[in-house]
Ligand binder design. Structure first.
Ligand SMILES: Cc1cc2nc3c(=O)[nH]c(=O)nc-3n(C[C@H](O)[C@H](O)[C@H](O)COP(=O)(O)O)c2cc1C
Length: 165
């Protein structure tokens, strides 16, 4: 059995979760930036990770998944700035299911990821009140994903792998 852990990241949060998942996987495995993945034919199980952006799955990720997921075992992981339990999280999880509709959707892991300072500065300067409010959320994201979330991601990796063995 061969597993791929692939991800998009801008400031490293999603990569941190990707590495935790990768470390926990047994058997043949690869970890790659999604930019470097051309197809999924070689893999029996795929984990796809991304940062939530503009309240959505980044377009390159959803496009890649929709085009390559047919018949694949697939699980997702995402990091976001909103706090745990925020109502939007459910819709993002739903979107993961939607883009994996032609594959075998196995689950989604999500956790908070720190907003990088340049992003906070940019948001605080925005004229859009929604964006500004986002910037004000910045300090509450510091240090995420923390050790507890990394551990949860490891547990998730084991759970998902157990589903396909
Ligand atoms: C341009 C931009 C848009 C973002 N939009 C959202 C958003 O809509 N909702 C959210 O919860 N977080 C949003 N974030 C925060 C990121 O999802 C979060 O910081 C994530 O952990 C970044 O992951 P990375 O370090 O792997 O790039 C946004 C960040 C950036 C830079």
């Amino acid at each position: 059995m061969k597993t791929l852990v692939t991800y998009m990241t801008q400031t490293g949060n999603t990569k941190k979760i990707a590495e935790a998942i990768y470390g926990e996987i047994t058997g043949e495995k690869e970890i790659k930036d999604i930019k470097d993945v051309s197809g999924l034919d070689a893999y029996d199980l795929v984990f796809v990770g991304f940062p939530v952006m503009q309240f959505n799955i980044p377009e390159p990720v959803s496009k890649f998944v929709s085009e390559n997921v047919a018949g694949k075992n697939i699980a997702f992981f995402m990091t976001h700035a909103v706090p745990e339990g925020h109502e939007a999280i459910q819709s993002w999880t739903g979107s993961c299911k939607d883009i994996a509709a032609t594959g075998n959707f196995l689950g989604t892991f999500e956790c908070q990821g720190e907003l990088a300072q340049p992003v906070i500065d940019m948001l605080l300067k925005s004229d859009n009140p929604e964006m500004k409010a986002f910037g004000e959320m910045g300090p509450s994201t510091k240090g995420q994903p923390d050790e507890a979330h990394v551990q949860k991601a490891k547990d998730f990796a084991k759970e998902i792998q157990a589903k396909v063995q």
